[in-house]
Design a protein around this ligand. Sequence first.
Ligand SMILES: Cc1cc2nc3c(=O)[nH]c(=O)nc-3n(C[C@H](O)[C@H](O)[C@H](O)COP(=O)(O)OP(=O)(O)OC[C@H]3O[C@@H](n4cnc5c(N)ncnc54)[C@H](O)[C@@H]3O)c2cc1C
Length: 535
Amino acid sequence: MAQCLPSTELIACKHPQLGRSNSSPWYKLCGSGRFSSPLTEPPTTFPPPTPTVPSHPVAPLTSSGRVPPKDAHALPGGIAPPSYSRKSGTVMQKKRPCPVLASFSVQCGQPHPTTTTPGCRRAVAASRTAMAWRAARSRVMTPLLLRQRGIASCIDPSVGLTEEQKGFQKVALDFAANEMAPHMAEWDEKEIFPVETMRKAAQLGFGGIYVKPDVGGSGLSRLDTSIIFEALSTGCTSTTAYISIHNMCAWMIDTFGNEEQRHRFCPSLCSMEKFASYCLTEPGSGSDAASLLTSAKRKGDTYVLNGSKAFISGGGDTDVYVVMCRTGGPGPKGISCVVLEKGTPGLSFGKKEKKVGWNSQPTRAVIFEDCIVPVGNRLGAEGQGFNIAMKGLNGGRINIASCSLGAAHASVLLAQEHLTVRKQFGEPLANNQYLQFRLAEMATRLVAARLMVRNAARALQDGREDAAVLCSMAKLFATDECFAICNQALQMHGGYGYLKDYAVQQFVRDIRVHQILEGTNEVMRMIVARNLLQG
Ligand SMILES: Cc1cc2nc3c(=O)[nH]c(=O)nc-3n(C[C@H](O)[C@H](O)[C@H](O)COP(=O)(O)OP(=O)(O)OC[C@H]3O[C@@H](n4cnc5c(N)ncnc54)[C@H](O)[C@@H]3O)c2cc1C
């Protein structure tokens, strides 16, 4: 599948923000790819000891948070100390500068101490423990110390990239930190499809990353795309995963559509003025996608569609539907691909599904009842639809695996931070060799998965014969390993990892489905085994 992709320099011109150095607060605070811990800090011991720190003056509340006390206990960086809530058993912390942290603001339901009377303030101040103070100090100092020692460099996602790729990555990481991470928890909880944020991402060229520039795309390579999705996913995996599906649809139209179709659909998809959905799965055909039943009967210059699709990401909220339907006999050769627009008579949607994760994007059934589609909306020739669907999925598998990498990377950093801050048996968890080994394994698996994904992305870009099987291997390995990494990171957080105040649980929930969709990981094994055995 040789594609003629223009030079990435074009993109740097087209999207001036790509490739530029950026000094966002996320970088200043967290360094290269570094996350910090969430807002709700666990006490270093549980249950907490009786307060040992004497009554401490509580600083006044300002619009930017509490002003730190001006005495020996003041923390570096102007960051207010945490306060311990006896009732909830957690340490409460006012808003911190890191946007990633800010996405997990405390929802403890306790009245905030600084909003109460001076008497109450003294009582709350007295309840701060020495342990909590040390935890806060440690939390502030840890990123600085680790950066000095360069501990995170072994998992640094920018290693081995060109300067230009580092530029794309930095733009995406900044966007993730500033525009996505602060809202990640809210989008999940309230099931918000963040349309405006995605449109902002599109302004950076992320709406059609591997679509050709003449129709508004960024014309970047599959490897560049993987780097960008990995970075965005650190800010919100669910939203990034939807953006990746949207990109896949835009690429399918760009690659298999004729000139008229490309110019009709791609510009508004690349700008994300319109959003797209990929419609292959049906209630009766999941892994066996070639058995799909949605029929498209030719009637003059139109097709009449009848049938339904299940589990469609974005379904109901999106504008453009890339639909695989049966125009011929049974099997893959009877399948064609047509593009439908929302508002087409006969097109309707099922209820919004309630899901474990991926809550920032809706999932619905898409229903066709005598739905009339012009023949001019068919991509490619009749019978080519299954091939188009699978070609789209090759890239889709790299993209979804890249989203898993971002979640795993963030989770490793969250675990690393937690192990350093949390004390049990009188010392930081990080001193425990069992946990050290587990952390090392997580980092090793992350880097191995990243190498596999990037290798597959290069193979796809180069149009290599083994690209499809390498994409399947990468999807299988990366999504399995990254889920294990996120889950282990949650385990390292103990009970706190199970609380929604902590980012790690959302990464676990959001990437679980990556082992199921875009071909289950059992189907990935089938593809790899078939390749080996048929030789
Ligand atoms: C949140 C979400 C979003 C989705 N988004 C989309 C979308 O946008 N567009 C779209 O088209 N689809 C989408 N899907 C559908 C997804 O691709 C399918 O769920 C997936 O392909 C599996 O199909 P199934 O659910 O019917 O499972 P089944 O095919 O019924 O499989 C059930 C189990 O059996 C295993 N299995 C099946 N056959 C074999 C075999 N021969 N050997 C070994 N094991 C086997 C499977 O691996 C799986 O573990 C989405 C799904 C979810 C959950």
